[in-house]
Write a protein that binds this ligand. Structure first.
Ligand code: AMP
Ligand code: MG
Length: 317
């Protein structure tokens, strides 16, 4: 359906649209979400349609408290409980056995549901005022770079959704860390805005299983994702083409032999959290600029550097 899209800070308007089965762009601390009533299959279908997202890629359910999580999960393993108490609200998504009230469309037919509590004041206020949880994937066309401002959402979903709730630029900037539980094991299926080190400090050693595939059984692991329209090279600066106009994404230091005007430092002070926060906006800006190719360096594989490398690798696939 065609809509004239507006951006605003009116929670009541967002609430009213969601309560009548519409989808709305919402801020979270990770990236902007495209939200609809998670218990209403028609609203969920609208999310998939607006994003042109394949139905095999399940959605994350957002709610406002741990008590609410318990309503939608059939069981909560002890280590899940520990992580939830420590990191909710925050950029942690847990995979839990679902209750039957969660439509199969939300979970792509899986018997687990992905749930999180976003740490964003507007999102939490909105969720507290609704009597249903929100299914919300990132608010971008499937496969493209995730949005970190309301304007990013507007730029791409204008005319397709009625409203974008503006909560400012996101503070974390990469998607949530997705964690599942098998027996006593904790498995990270997507590295993200909550560092693996922080998780391990609470539950001990975890397994990292971010398998790549083009039709994953454990989704969230699509090989090509988060991708700009321009080609993106990731990792090895010794093989840069010399006949192309290159734009560089670097961490805290400029690469030698390339003019600084062609380079974007994600964090001049060497802070991986700041780099994560700036990553997607930088990718978008360079994608809209006049370079032929984007080159991104490999970041230190620790803290949020792991999520940055994961996104850049998929963007380059
Ligand atoms: P997005 O909301 O766009 O960041 O994507 C959410 C990701 O969460 C998807 O790519 C899924 O692969 C992952 N996810 C959601 N539900 C499940 C589930 N039940 N089991 C495994 N992964 C899930
Ligand atoms: Mg996404």
């Amino acid at each position: 359906m065609a809509h004239s899209t507006t951006i605003g800070t009116d929670i009541q308007q967002a609430k009213q649209l969601l309560a009548t089965g519409q989808v709305v762009g919402i801020p979270t601390e990770t990236v902007y979400g495209l939200a609809g009533n998670a218990l209403d299959p028609d609203a969920v279908l609208k999310i998939f349609e607006a994003k042109q997202r394949p139905h095999f890629d399940p959605l994350i359910v957002h709610t406002h408290s741990i008590a609410e999580v318990s309503k939608y999960a059939a069981e909560i393993p002890a280590k899940a409980q520990l992580l939830m108490e420590r990191f909710m609200p925050g950029p942690l998504t847990v995979l839990l056995k679902k209750q039957s009230m969660i439509p199969d469309l939300v979970t792509s037919g899986l018997d687990t549901v992905a749930i999180r509590v976003p740490q964003h004041p507007l999102a939490l206020q909105l969720l507290q005022q609704l009597d249903f949880p929100l299914a919300a994937p990132s608010a971008n066309p499937f496969g493209y770079i995730s949005p970190t401002t309301a304007q990013h959402v507007y730029d791409q979903l204008q005319g397709i959704i009625p409203y974008v709730l503006d909560g400012g630029a996101t503070t974390v900037g990469v998607e949530s860390t997705i964690v599942g539980f098998e027996g006593d094991d904790v498995i990270v299926y997507r590295v993200g805005g909550l560092a693996v080190e922080e998780i391990e400090a609470v539950v001990g050693k975890v397994h990292i299983n971010t398998n790549e595939s083009s039709n994953p059984k454990t989704p969230g692991a699509l090989k090509s994702h988060y991708a700009p329209k321009k080609p993106l090279l990731f990792g090895d600066a010794t093989q840069l083409p010399t006949d192309k106009n290159i734009a560089v994404i670097a961490f805290d230091t400029y690469l030698a032999d390339i003019p600084h005007t062609q380079q974007t430092l994600l964090s001049p002070s060497g802070d991986l959290n700041e780099a994560a926060k700036n990553l997607f906006a930088a990718m978008r800006e360079l994608d809209n600029g006049d370079a032929d190719i984007i080159f991104a360096v490999r970041f230190p594989n620790e803290g949020l550097g792991r999520a940055i490398n994961d996104r850049l690798k998929r963007a380059g696939a």
